[in-house]
Design a protein around this ligand. Structure first.
Ligand code: G4P
Length: 539
């Protein structure tokens, strides 16, 4: 095995691993297609990541997803990109871009949060007409919490929307992130002509192609030519850019990496405008994969022996083979298919004979992978999100925090005869981190309470219970909306309160479910000595 540090360093240097965070409908799927198109992975946009009814639906794997036209699972996309700098310098450096897909539905969020533990940067995609939307806000808070730098893309600039300054103000005021536009759009939202490159002062003029199906041709014009062709639209763009410079809103790499500023790009994913600029920004500014701290406080450097973190486990991707796929993000060293690694949590060996790059439904075998890459492991029955895989010296990375559930339901097998399968299925879904399961003596084992971040997680459970385990289940929603961690000393008194029920979660934690936050406030006021700690909140 050739894991010499120089090779690994070179591979790490050219890699960028990121996710797109956005509210449903902001254009994430369209942008994903456009990015891949630019990277020449596919010849025509629409072929990889379409939604229901579009050309192909490679990231959809459950019938339910098809019906809803949304993507429930995460997939990872890898493509090569030769940057403008490489072209200018005549270097043959090719960047490797890993785009870790996030489920887009507002309801199904825990998955999305987990994906953010596997990336080094995020692209916050905003609809020019809508501005910041709830799901984007939540995901942004997770990025901030984890110290992930964010590049902002204002999408749909080809449609009427807000002004650049309105959008910049909104982001600054609502989330305390200072946008530093790399370009100033030429033409208002709805009249997208091109971009003023704020660093060179040049004009990048775009030309539309039929249906945005091919890379939009770009022309580079000088400021005087731009003035002559675009007139007022150019003047306004220059004025806006000058104003931003006066306010100090120019890109600053240190502030960006510290999460204080965000390079901003105006784009139309549909027309393929501004997409190359996003790739350039990722290559130029987003950080390459870096070291990670282990639970014991030691740091695994990228050139250290192989280690990886499992951030997502999923079953049923391939209906014909009831398999279970674990996605790992490589943290250090070189990965070679076939290598036997140690599962740090159990100390047991894990064979990686069937490692795969997962590209929607088309899987290809991975032979070698480096830090920042995402690899799918087939038949990963023993792996759970947050687990570490490594070679000697063994390392264990901190677990992925589970997020505060806000929705609770009782799950029952419709037929009592299916109880054994029901139990088995429950154990598997819990180990995959699909839902959290709560139990107490009063309700008994046959009707566990499921706790979820979004109500769609319940549908995923019932659908999988049926298709994978042949168990029909019924779901009964419970009237609780807040969960708090408590302790044995407080449990009895809490159990006597109206609107409260105490449970033990699978990991042993004692949780008090409370009907609503007003009830919680009342109890906290009346019984100040009771333990009621917030769980890790996503936002
Ligand atoms: P999502 O994954 O974030 O949910 O969004 P998606 O890419 O599916 O885009 C949502 C809708 O917005 C789609 O329209 C898509 O065509 C449109 N869209 C995305 N980017 C742009 C853009 O830059 N400009 C304009 N004008 N529209 C954009 P749809 O009508 O829901 O679907 P479709 O019939 O177009 O496929």
């Amino acid at each position: 095995m050739s894991s010499d540090p120089a090779t690994i360093r070179r591979e790490v240097h050219r890699r960028r691993t990121f996710a797109i965070i956005s509210h449903p409908d902001a254009g994430k799927s369209t942008m994903t297609e456009a990015l891949a198109l630019h990277a020449r992975m596919i010849s025509e946009a629409g072929a990889i990541h379409g939604k229901a009814g579009r050309k192909s639906t490679v990231s959809d794997w459950m019938e339910m997803e098809k019906a809803r036209g949304i993507s429930v699972s995460s997939t990872a996309l890898q493509f090569n990109y030769r940057s403008a700098a490489a072209v200018t310098e005549g270097s043959d450096e090719i960047n490797v871009i890993n785009l870790v897909d996030t489920p887009g539905h507002a309801d199904f969020s825990e998955d999305t949060y987990r994906v953010l533990t596997a990336v080094d940067a995020a692209v916050m995609l905003i609809d020019a007409a809508k501005g910041l939307e709830p799901q984007t806000l939540k995901l942004f808070q997770v990025c901030r919490h984890r110290g992930i730098p964010v590049i902002t893309v204002i999408n749909k600039w080809d449609r009427p929307g807000r002004t650049p300054l309105e959008l910049i103000d909104e982001i600054t005021e609502r989330i305390g992130l200072t946008p530093t536009p790399l370009y100033s759009p030429v033409g208002i939202a709805g009249d997208f002509r091109g971009l003023l490159d704020r660093r060179t002062g040049d004009y990048i003029r775009f030309t539309r192609t039929a249906g945005g199906a091919t890379v939009a041709p770009e022309e580079l014009l000088s400021a005087s030519d731009a003035q002559a062709t675009e007139g007022d639209a150019w003047t306004e763009s220059v004025e806006e850019s000058d104003l931003l410079s006066e306010m100090g809103q120019d890109h600053d790499e240190e502030l960006f990496l510290a999460g204080q500023t965000s390079p901003m790009i105006f784009a139309s994913a549909m027309l393929n405008f501004g997409v190359r600029q996003l790739l350039e920004a990722l290559v130029e500014f987003a950080p390459p994969p870096g070291p990670r701290e282990a639970v014991d406080g030691t740091v695994r450097e990228v050139v250290d022996p192989f280690s990886a973190v499992v951030f997502k486990v999923q079953a049923g991707m391939d209906a014909a083979h009831r398999d279970r796929l674990a996605f790992m993000r490589i943290v250090s060293g070189e990965f070679e298919r076939g290598m036997v690694v140690t599962h740090a949590q159990s100390g047991k060996p894990f064979a990686t004979k069937y490692a795969q790059a997962v590209f929607g439904r088309d899987r290809s075998t991975v032979d070698t992978a480096y830090p920042g890459d995402v690899v799918g492991l087939v038949n990963a029955m023993t792996l759970a999100p947050g687990d570490t895989l490594c070679v000697d010296p063994t390392v264990e990375f901190p677990p992925i925090p589970s997020f505060a559930p806000e929705h609770f339901s009782v799950l029952r097998a419709v037929s009592a005869g299916k109880y054994k399968q029901f139990r088995k299925a429950m154990d598997q879904l819990v180990s995959e981190g699909v839902v959290q399961v709560l139990r107490n003596d009063l309700r008994g084992d046959a009707s566990p309470v499921l706790a979820a971040v979004g109500p769609m997680q319940f549908e995923v459970v019932t659908a999988r219970m049926k298709t994978e385990f042949g168990v029909d289940t019924s779901v009964e929603r419970l009237g609780y909306s807040v969960a708090r961690r408590t302790d044995p000393d407080s449990a009895d008194e809490l159990g006597r309160q109206r609107g409260v029920e105490v449970f033990t979660r699978t990991d042993g934690a004692l949780l008090a479910l409370v009907s609503d936050k007003w009830r919680l406030q009342y109890i906290e006021k009346e019984h100040p000595t009771l333990t009621l700690e917030p769980l890790v909140a996503a936002a």
